[in-house]
Design a protein around this ligand. Sequence first.
Ligand SMILES: Cc1cc2nc3c(=O)[nH]c(=O)nc-3n(C[C@H](O)[C@H](O)[C@H](O)COP(=O)(O)OP(=O)(O)OC[C@H]3O[C@@H](n4cnc5c(N)ncnc54)[C@H](O)[C@@H]3O)c2cc1C
Ligand code: SF4
Length: 336
Amino acid sequence: MENFTYARADSPEAAIRAAADGAVFAAGTTELVNWMRLGIVAPPALTDISGLDLAAIALADDGATLTVGALATLNAVGTAPPVRTHAPALAEAALKAASPQLRNRATLGGNVLQRTRCPYFRAEAAGEGRMPWPCNKRVAGSGCVAREAPFDRAALFGWTDDCVATQPSDPVVALAALDAVARVQGPDGIREVAMRDFHLDQQEGGAATETRLAPGEMILGYRIPVDAAARGSAYLKVRERESYEYAMVSAAVCLDHADGTIRALRIALGSVAQKPWRLPQTEAALAGAALDEETVQAAMDAALRDARPLPGQGWKPRLAANAATRAVMMAGGIVR
Ligand SMILES: Cc1cc2nc3c(=O)[nH]c(=O)nc-3n(C[C@H](O)[C@H](O)[C@H](O)COP(=O)(O)OP(=O)(O)OC[C@H]3O[C@@H](n4cnc5c(N)ncnc54)[C@H](O)[C@@H]3O)c2cc1C
Ligand code: SF4
């Protein structure tokens, strides 16, 4: 790890000024310190934003908008009554991430900026940033060892020959299905970015550019529109063990239904691309359809026909289609 300076910021503006001089925001530091240890980043300075007043979670007076501050911890998000009532998919996604200890430090702002769990990306660099194998994310133009070496977490959508990594966050998937909007502040002021477009797949950003956040921009928080589908949302995470494990695939569903008929549906798949993967054609096709497993499974199977699994990953589209189907049934109260 390289030497760095450390200072606490007393306002977003002060932190943004420090970032313009090369400092990196430090929130819970559960990702950042790992990156520094592995040699993924070597910032000259950290600006600690954890003391800023950006952790509030509130429902607006008219009940139509839920706001969650970027510094809210995953445990706070997962247990806050407004989130559990008005956006249960986000609460479940937050509580299914990491471990209880990590969730007490990990913030929702830092969570959406976590990077891939590709094991080749997470290798420790030897002296002067030398990598034990090619990884275009670590050394641009070096290649992608995951195309040839064993790798069971590759993307199904949006990947290129340069990189097949996925975004592993749970909350990101829920935020995309909920049509949440991130409020971000930079040197030029405040703007909003829809969470379904916040991340970039490799076809959009190459191996290197993973989000639409500009250098030095800070996430202040998220605005979540509350409707019947958000209140009826659910999150399903499929993983190799029930705790402290990343998703093989996941699905967030927002569902409005009545009398056995789907009125409105929004679906995002997780860990299948470098961004949460919305299924707009399936959402449109299922609006007005019967809320039964056979109908929903047929639509999900059709949606996953566009998947491009790497050799040896033929099981993954089926897993994703089944997870999405089950998440709809969970949101509909048909299965638990
Ligand atoms: C062992 C382990 C298991 C995990 N398992 C899961 C899991 O199952 N599911 C899951 O979803 N996540 C998982 N995580 C990821 C974890 O949730 C994230 O590490 C955490 O949420 C990051 O938040 P942080 O506050 O610690 O970010 P930090 O480490 O402080 O920052 C991470 C990055 O975000 C930037 N940043 C932080 N806050 C802001 C902001 N407000 N604006 C702009 N930039 C910002 C930092 O500059 C840095 O680049 C796991 C992590 C670990 C270590
Ligand atoms: S999949 Fe992406 S992160 Fe993994 S080795 Fe290839 S280039 Fe690196």
